[in-house]
Write a new protein. Structure first.
Length: 426
């Protein structure tokens, strides 16, 4: 009797573990069918931002700075932009919009500190480079967009005008459309953000930079990659010619902002990107870092590649899909992220077990973003031609469940067969 008690306890613990693991597997597969589209604010976004606000005030941005050069900047900027997105869903004058505005302003102040500017140095006439100025001006414009037109903060308004004029002057003086972010280093994505901020200026205030935007667009079109007909990942800072071919970690971000500059051209590029980079692995939808048929290494931009899929490009791919109204891809990417992102928490929702707040910040922004300079509904795109059936993942799940539970059922059947027959009473 005493010897059988530990065995019974151990068996009960095994069954509890098996049931818990089975529940995780079932939830994982169910989340592949997450509902998401380009028009609605995903549920629990505010709860996710609540967690991120606590994380930033606890030093998460400083920790992110140790991971990559713009860690501090992006951790704060993405949270600020996500608050702008949430605020844009709220009614003018509502408490929700006022709260979003206050949080976005707080994030803006963080990137205006010495810590926010630390990675960037004087580059020609554009101090701190186009990366800093572009993202800062976009967030500042977002803060203004949450304010009633005739009640905008005068200091913020003057700053937005001044920063926009500075960017426009730098683009006018440049022989390349892609300004330097660091000394002798330029990435088209940074100039795309800066140019989108000029488009936002003309949308929020008086039209002033149409000629600058038109010149930039014409010059950028001359520098498309000959194979994919997409903008390159990195360029020569003097000529704007490609140094490295298109990669999804920058392409997804560019497409989110190109839509604000030229919607028709962006739709063309988006369709090319869709064909070249969207794929699936084991039934999970994701974004390849390199175009189909080409392989390469991951880096600080892409994150560690998993079966050629880039985690960062997959997350930001949501933003690109949302501004283009690609509801099919939004649902597929959102389902994959919900399945593998390990979301948990109620009042403070977080992803990735809360271990990488900067990645959480990118996701909060990507899954809530909408166009700022135009109103868009669902776009018209051909069905994705990559076999979207989720059966590979479901097949793996069924196989694991069978491995978990078959031994229990086999043991029970065996014990029944060995059980002695009850004695008859004469």
């Amino acid at each position: 009797m005493a010897a059988s008690t530990p065995r019974r306890i151990f068996g009960a613990l095994l069954r509890v573990f098996a049931a818990s693991l089975s529940l995780v597997i079932i939830i994982f597969n169910a989340r592949l069918y997450c509902s998401a589209d380009s028009q609605s604010l995903p549920p629990a976004t505010s709860e996710q931002l609540a967690h991120l606000g606590l994380a930033l005030r606890g030093g998460a941005a400083e920790t992110a700075q140790h991971s990559f050069p713009e860690g501090y900047f992006f951790a704060n900027a993405m949270v600020g932009l996500a608050h702008v997105e949430v605020g844009r869903y709220a009614k003018q004058g509502s408490a929700a919009r006022r709260q979003a505005l206050a949080q976005a302003r707080w994030a803006l102040k963080q990137i205006e500190t010495p810590a926010g500017r630390a990675p960037f140095s004087q580059i020609g006439t554009l101090r701190y480079g186009v990366f800093y100025h572009g993202w800062h001006n976009w967030l500042l414009g977002g803060v203004l967009s949450l304010q009633p037109r005739h009640q905008r903060n005068e200091q913020e308004l003057a700053g937005f005008r001044r920063a926009s004029a500075l960017l426009a002057a730098a683009f006018r003086a440049s022989s390349t459309p892609f300004l330097s972010a660091y000394e002798n280093a330029s990435w088209p994505v940074d100039s795309s953000v800066a140019m989108a901020s000029l488009s936002l200026h003309d949308h929020l205030l008086e039209p002033r930079y149409g000629q600058v935007i038109g010149r930039w667009r014409a010059m950028a079109k001359e520098r498309l990659d000959p194979k994919t007909k997409l903008l390159p990942h990195k360029t020569d800072s003097l000529t704007g010619r490609a140094v490295s071919a298109p990669r999804a970690s920058s392409q997804t971000m560019m497409l989110r902002f190109l839509a604000e500059i030229d919607r028709g051209w962006s739709n063309q590029l988006y369709r090319r990107y869709r064909r070249a980079f969207i794929d699936q692995r084991l039934g999970l939808c994701g974004v390849l870092e390199y175009p189909k048929g080409k392989t390469g290494q991951g880096d600080v931009d892409s994150g560690p590649l998993i079966l050629d899929l880039s985690p960062s490009a997959t997350v930001v791919g949501l933003a690109a899909a949302r501004v283009h109204g690609d509801d099919e891809l939004i649902a597929r990417l959102a389902g994959s992220i919900e399945a593998v992102g390990f979301p948990f928490g109620v009042s403070n929702k977080r992803y990735g077990l809360g271990l990488i707040p900067v990645a959480d910040a990118f996701l909060a922004w990507s899954r809530s973003t909408r166009p700022w300079t135009f109103s868009a509904g669902p776009g018209e795109f051909s069905p994705l031609e990559i076999g979207w059936r989720r059966w590979p993942m479901h097949g793996i799940a069924i196989a694991i469940l069978l491995l978990i539970w078959l031994p229990f059922f086999a043991r029970r059947l065996t014990s029944r067969r060995k059980a002695p027959e009850p004695k008859r009473v004469s």
